[in-house]
Design a protein. Structure first.
Length: 569
């Protein structure tokens, strides 16, 4: 029998001794209980040891299911909670509507396998986990699902109620609005949206008032997607609830306001920045979700490759110089800067940032926010920072001559400076600095590297499929790469895991320009943008588009996605 094989394998692996096994067998003979349960309850071995033995014996994976583990909603709705608890199992992964993987405490339980197969009509693949962790996941996920269903029901029940407070652009009945903002359905709806946003990896939540309805949209992977909105009658109370959380003035609805708050989700703290803006039919509110779990703090994982990654690390190890990141808002510049800071930080270094505002806190780095209303802008902050003996300084953005000049002087006096600049590509950064008044001798002497970047959506691995683009699509890449007709192209067919979008997650693509002697001469000669760019490309600079096309060849993203975010040279 396989239980005898299990006992023998545990003995051979040293996970139990012969005396412990004999003791457990004696108890089993008198009770008829499962041998594995007896071994754990008598303290003769651990649940992990049993799970590992099952894994070795049946050649199935063992999964630890850590504290942060969460099932996807489409997974745990496949199996009722009662079935999951009865057999101590959870559904883990559904593959193309053909098969499903279940994590089980006892992978020998054929009743459990047959029950799941009947419920799902899918082929079953097994994995093994410990009872404690499986039950913890069941408690977390099924409890959350029941809570969300109850919350949605509360909102729907209120739909027909006539309790609207019309927006008139003035304070109105603040007391009544305050009471309604603390009603259970309003509190639950806001909590629901925050929970959904973090779970789906959204970067923003948009609350948008209309004349007869209101809209709610989540920005996921850079694209806005509508979700089920609340009743129009609840919209003022929901906005007030958000303003209370963010410590904003709930009586002021005529002026734009800003605030922020934090909340806990699955044991981690998520920071939220709030902005309100008066519209014709009410206040539009946007919540920026700053989830540190989504922040990659390692330059090795961001997307840099080969020689570029090597040179980036070498420049970050230099005692002075400037590294600039360029690109539009939302192109991932902040993430790259924080990854660089994480590599720089050390007990031997004093690293200081000045940001607008501080988005993520990095342990071991000194961070400050500018306050223009009291005269503390980037330039003023930099003057004081340089008196604090920093080794490296990160400036959120270079916006004007004064900030740029201080950054250049700081680099010349032995500081490493990291910052961002709003230009469309790497080569335009030098003319942009010249336009704001920086002398070319300062620029060429201080800047070591300029990195332009964009974010492209990644193809969902769960529904990734090969396809052949039509001639119109191919014409976008063949002028630069005639060999593209022989490439393999992929796209996302759409599945539950990516909400039928075909994409899940984003990755950065880069255009990296290192300041070599040739580039330094071009800066001194103040050549025009076109000449500068063509010379840089001729001398080996990979453009954003070419870097994007390399991700297409790797099957990471689609041709259309790269073309949408890059300008074609």
């Amino acid at each position: 029998m396989i239980t005898d094989q299990l006992s023998e394998m545990m003995l051979r692996s040293g996970r139990i001794g012969i005396r412990e096994l004999e003791k457990a067998l004696a108890v089993q003979e008198g009770t008829g209980r499962l041998l594995t349960d007896i071994l754990v309850e008598e303290g003769l071995t651990s649940p992990v040891d049993i799970a590992l033995t099952f894994s070795d014996l049946l050649n199935i994976p063992y999964l630890e299911l850590g504290e942060d583990f969460l099932m996807q909603r489409e997974e745990y709705t496949l199996i009722p909670e009662a079935v999951a608890r009865r057999f101590c199992l959870i559904p883990l992964q559904k593959e193309n509507d053909v098969s499903i993987t279940i994590v089980m405490k006892n992978p020998l339980d054929m009743d459990a396998v047959d029950t799941v197969r009947t419920l799902t009509s899918l082929e079953i693949h097994k994995a093994v986990g410990t009872e404690e962790r499986i039950l913890a996941v069941i408690d977390k996920c099924y409890k959350e699902e029941a809570y969300l269903e109850e919350t949605l029901q509360d909102i729907v029940d209120l739909e027909g109620e006539e309790r609207s407070l019309e927006y008139d652009g003035v304070a109105g009945d603040v007391d009544q609005l305050l009471v309604r903002a603390n009603d259970a359905p309003v509190v639950r709806f806001v909590n629901l949206l925050l929970m959904e946003a973090v779970r789906d990896g959204a970067s923003d939540i948009h609350f948008e008032p209309g004349e007869k309805t209101c809209g709610v949209r989540l920005r996921v992977d850079g694209m806005l997607h509508p979700v089920t909105p609340p009743p129009k009658s609840l919209f003022p109370a929901i906005v007030t609830r958000i303003k209370i959380l963010a410590e904003m003035d709930i009586a002021e609805r005529r002026l734009p306001l800003d605030g922020r708050f934090k909340f806990k989700f699955s044991g981690r703290v998520v920071d939220v920045r709030v902005s309100s803006l008066p519209q014709v039919f009410g206040e539009k509110v946007v919540l920026r979700i700053l989830d540190k779990q989504n922040l990659m703090l390692d330059v090795d994982e961001i997307g840099f490759e080969g020689q570029i990654l090597k040179r980036l690390k070498e420049i970050l190890a230099m005692p002075n110089g400037i590294m600039l990141l360029t690109g539009p808002t939302g192109s991932g510049k902040t993430t790259t800067l924080y990854a660089a800071l994480n590599r720089l930080k050390s007990p031997a270094k004093n690293i200081q940032t000045v940001e607008d505002p501080v988005e993520y806190l990095v342990e071991g780095v000194n961070q400050m926010t500018i306050r223009p209303k009291i005269g503390l802008d980037f330039a003023q902050s930099l003057r004081h920072i340089l008196r604090q003996d920093p080794d490296a300084v990160m400036i959120g953005e270079i916006r004007d001559y004064e900030t740029a000049e201080i950054a250049m002087r700081a680099s010349l006096t032995g500081h490493l400076v990291l910052s961002t600049l709003h230009t469309n590509d790497a080569t335009s950064a030098f003319n942009r600095l010249r336009d704001i008044g920086i002398k070319t001798y300062l620029t060429s002497a201080t800047i070591r590297m300029v990195i332009a970047q964009r974010l492209v959506r990644m193809i969902c691995e769960n529904c990734k499929a090969e396809y052949h683009p039509d001639d119109d699509e191919l014409s976008l890449v063949t002028p630069l790469h005639p060999e593209a007709v022989d490439w393999s192209f992929y796209h996302g067919a759409g599945c539950n895991r990516c909400h039928n979008r075909g994409f899940k997650g984003r990755q950065a693509i880069f255009e990296v320009l290192e300041v070599t002697p040739l580039i330094r001469k071009l800066i001194h000669d103040e050549v025009d943008d076109l000449t500068f760019r063509s010379t840089a490309i001729e001398n080996g600079m990979e453009t954003l588009a070419d870097n994007g096309f390399s991700r297409v060849r790797q099957g990471v993203t689609t041709l259309e996605e790269v073309v949408n975010v890059c300008q074609m040279d």
